[in-house]
Design a protein around this ligand. Sequence first.
Ligand code: ATP
Ligand code: MG
Length: 309
Amino acid sequence: MSSLHDQALTQLDVGELKPSHRGKVREMFDLGDRFLMVATDRISAFDVILPNGIPGKGKVLTAISEAWFAALEGYVPHHLISSDPADFPEQFAPYRSQLEGRTLLVHKAKRFPVECVVRGYISGSGWKDYKRTGAVCGIDLPSGLVESQQLPEPIFTPATKADEGHDENISFDVMVDVIGQDYAKHLRDLSISIYQNAASLCAERGYILADTKFEFGLIGDEIVLIDEALTPDSSRYWQKEIYEPGRAQDSFDKQPVRDFLETLSWDKQPPGPRLPDDVVTATIDRYKTVMDHLTDEARPLAFKENAWT
Ligand SMILES: Nc1ncnc2c1ncn2[C@@H]1O[C@H](COP(=O)(O)OP(=O)(O)OP(=O)(O)O)[C@@H](O)[C@H]1O
Ligand SMILES: [Mg+2]
């Protein structure tokens, strides 16, 4: 009997070709001055990759990234070259059917070792830090904020990328120590301005972009946006309609998975439990809904100067 699980691409089968890096969701193939970045259908919860994937999730994430990169054209340089398999190196041609729709050919950059997080709302690790200290990444916030509340203005809360486990929030001063003042200021201002623009475009489509994480790198002297852009895996998308400050919000995409996991006594250590078909279906429906709102060809996303008012 076939089930939804069989259709999810959780493991690439590309013969002798070996990825140079395997993330929880994506695999990177090193092509010298470029990378081929393949988004699988794997899904993680509490940093554990679950045994079955979400069919089509990698394609959804890729389409969303592509739509945002297109919107950013002319606003900030980015790494995307092409998503057309015809442009991929010849050795990948036999695997076209696996790669199509979930693969981006990108320029390789020298990555800044900092995750550029912008928060317009207080949630997640930001909320935890605020409750404990009244500040996030050294930025003092007004007292009396409730969970998920909108901040007076978006804040830049960088993090270091941990090889193992969770990323660690750092202060802007530490970021300056790591990459230097000029780059740190530039990445901060750029991140906030992309967030503001993206958040106002999301709002027009019924979503609150609560926060997001960018990565940047250098190609020669040029600062470029790399990695994925504004996907539900790197950002919190909340539905405006059901937003209610004072509590944790439903994660738009992963909530069915979290709700299911809550019903188990799983200790959040690998191996994770298998997701039942109805949870898989509910999750893919959510990912597709976000994608449909963001990739509507009749209403392409387009950045404006000074979008945040
Ligand atoms: N254009 C680029 N040039 C150089 N490095 C890049 C580029 N785009 C993305 N990267 C890097 O490639 C890696 C992609 O890995 P990926 O995000 O799949 O896994 P991860 O970050 O190691 O872990 P996680 O699964 O938690 O995200 C990241 O380290 C990212 O910084
Ligand atoms: Mg990553």
